[in-house]
Design a protein around this ligand. Structure first.
Ligand code: CU
Length: 326
């Protein structure tokens, strides 16, 4: 009786370990996006502890930076990209293509994650599957996750994610010369220079900034903003009142008069991301969907700069802001 129970338990354990593959936490990423990929390692090699994890990065995944892990030695292999990548006006021809974390001890009964950040090429076609083959090395064998056939029937499928269509023309990538980079046209409006700022730990709010030009003959008005990154998104202004800078919501929205250039900038008008769930990380992008009374709705990618960024680094050629302080 006791013996058969143990046997049944063993069978269950074996079955479970055969099903639990190493996979990526992320299922999808937009072309052109800078993203974190997280390799999840749910068990060892046939019961043994994993001491080394190797992760290969696919063509189409650029400017990769691995995250170090306490207790593990981090090594990278740099090689030429099969397809060079244009970023910020220069061509990247090589970068990290393999990451190895070694010297660790991840017991079979434990779970851990291994992280790399990188950028998916803007030219990678939607529905492309990027494979990140991984190998776990144990004292006496390996668990490999290197099959890139896409078949569901193999015992060792490589971790993967699917590329989705690029977000709207962001301030990165081709397009050559700065002025037009990151410009979005929506009816009579031109939006440019969109950026946000990295948040400090535990800060639940962040600002969104850009320049909006109304090239038309009619007045318009920014009436609403939303973002997948924030629980609530408002349109705010900052104003000096009795020597104190005060922030308030513009309940009626922000007027964009005919022919006017309206700047959303630190210390002035801004999009306010509130109840943000995850910190805004410098180098990543946050999307804000803006609704205008006349021009309609548009999603604007905001490049996340340093916590004290004054501009997006692209497309902000405006000169003096008039409000140097916040
Ligand atoms: Cu605000």
């Amino acid at each position: 009786m006791t013996k058969s129970l143990i046997a049944a338990g063993l069978l269950t354990a074996l079955a479970t370990s055969a099903i639990a593959h190493s996979t990526l936490e992320q299922a999808e990423v937009a072309a052109g996006a800078t993203t974190k990929i997280t390799l999840r390692v749910p068990h060892g090699c046939n019961g043994q502890a994993t001491h080394t994890v190797e992760l290969r990065l696919p063509d189409g995944f650029y400017a990769a930076k691995p995250m170090p892990k306490a207790g593990w030695t981090l090594e990278t292999e740099t090689a030429e990209y099969a397809t060079p990548y244009e970023m910020h006006g220069h061509t990247m021809t090589e970068g990290v293509q393999k990451v190895t974390w070694s010297g660790g001890n991840l017991e079979d009964g434990w779970y851990d994650e291994f992280t790399v950040r990188g950028t998916v090429g803007r030219d990678v076609a939607p529905d492309t599957v990027l494979y990140f083959p991984a190998v776990q090395i144990c004292a006496d064998g390996t668990a490999d996750w290197t099959d890139t056939s896409g078949s569901h029937d193999v015992p060792n499928p490589a971790p993967k994610l699917t590329v989705t269509a690029a977000e709207m023309h962001a301030g990165h990538g081709h397009g050559g010369h700065g002025d037009k980079a990151g410009e979005i046209t929506l009816g009579d409006l031109t939006l440019s220079g969109g950026f946000s700022r990295a948040t400090l730990p535990n800060a639940p709010v962040a600002g969104g900034f850009m320049t909006i030009v109304n090239n038309g003959d009619g007045d318009d008005r920014l009436v609403a903003a939303s973002s997948p990154a924030s629980g609530r998104t408002e349109i705010h202004e900052m104003k000096m009142e009795n020597d104190v800078m005060k922030m308030r919501e513009l309940a009626d929205g922000l007027p964009i008069p005919a022919g006017a250039t309206v700047k959303l900038q630190p210390g002035g008008y801004h999009i306010m991301f509130m109840q943000i769930e995850e910190p805004f990380v410098e180098g990543e992008t946050v999307n804000a969907t803006l609704t205008f009374e006349k021009a309609g709705e548009v999603t604007v990618p905001l490049a996340i700069g340093a916590p004290n960024a004054r501009s997006g680094g692209h497309g902000d050629h405006s000169g003096h802001s008039g409000m140097a302080k916040e």
